[in-house]
Design a protein around this ligand. Structure first.
Ligand code: NAD
Length: 254
């Protein structure tokens, strides 16, 4: 799908990979709305490229529906939905203080899997109203964010791994569900990236976490995620899968 002139929403667009994607979409001529938590830097980020900001907590599912509708109204339509809002927890299946609590497990599933599915289903409804675009009859593209922890979760990442595996797993089924409408769905699974989520990790821990990468042996940069997200939008043959963005990294158990 040609990016120039398209209408895009980025959930999680105030920081890290979402911010880089919002900025690159805008630089390539898309109109972009940033959706992120009320206390985020979303308003400042959107102001830089003349976009709109819509505060929302994606775990408030009805409020998300309203915030998305407001963003689509402001944009005058929707072609591209990118979701990077997400996060994890650290707890073992059975720890010193007993079994992993279900409340945390459900919270992480809600923040990643349920929120991402909620945004995807609602974005698809908006996209279905578009005129199909030549030559394939495309109407929209949904880009979601998994993690390589979906495939090689480390010790203590059980809730996060399950949630990110759900995002990877829903890609093909949603792509099939939405194929007749000309809407594509792709998840991106990053390795360790230099963002707000990882800035507090000490340097030696970061080095240890990327030491098994093939090349380059460093954290990924948010703009490298953004470049892949835009490649997904651009290339109609990318659909129904989860793309690893990991420099050949495979996480070990810790
Ligand atoms: N950084 C990494 O190493 C890494 C690796 C693999 C996957 N991921 C995933 O990438 C995604 C993007 O993370 P990032 O690294 O850019 O982090 P980040 O902290 O820089 O950005 C995440 C953004 O999402 C927003 N967000 C979080 N919870 C939200 C909520 N409930 N409602 C609305 N917005 C919310 C935050 O306010 C923030 O602006 C996340 O889903 C994360 O799990 C990150």
């Amino acid at each position: 799908m040609e990016i120039k002139g398209k209408k895009a929403v980025v959930f999680g667009g105030a920081s890290g990979m979402g911010r880089a994607t919002a900025e690159l979409l805008a630089a390539r001529g898309a109109e972009v709305a940033v959706l992120d938590r009320p206390a985020s830097a979303g308003a400042e980020v959107a102001a830089v490229f003349g976009g709109s900001f819509h505060p929302v907590d994606v775990t408030e599912f009805e409020a998300t529906e309203n915030a998305l509708a407001e963003a689509v109204d402001a944009l005058g339509g929707l072609h591209v939905s990118v979701t990077t809002a997400g996060g994890g927890s650290v707890r073992r299946t059975l720890g010193k203080d007993g079994p992993h609590d279900l409340e945390t497990f459900r919270r992480v599933l809600d923040l990643n899997a349920v929120a991402t599915f909620n945004i995807s289903r609602l974005a698809a409804a908006h996209m279905s109203r578009n005129e199909p675009e030549d030559p394939d009859g495309e109407r929209g593209v949904i880009v979601n964010t998994s993690s390589i922890a979906a495939f090689e979760g480390q010790i203590g990442q059980v809730a996060y791994s399950a949630a990110k595996a759900a995002i990877a797993g829903m890609s093909l089924t949603m792509a099939r569900d939405l194929g007749s409408l000309g809407i594509r769905v792709v998840a991106i699974a990053p390795s360790l990236f230099e963002t707000g989520a990882t800035e507090k990790i000490p340097a030696e821990t970061r080095a240890a976490l990327v030491k098994d990468a093939a090349f380059p042996r460093r954290l990924g940069r948010p703009e490298e995620y953004a470049r892949l997200a835009l490649a997904v939008v651009d290339n109609p043959m990318l659909n129904g899968q989860c793309l690893r963005l990991d420099a050949g990294q495979r996480f070990g158990p810790r």
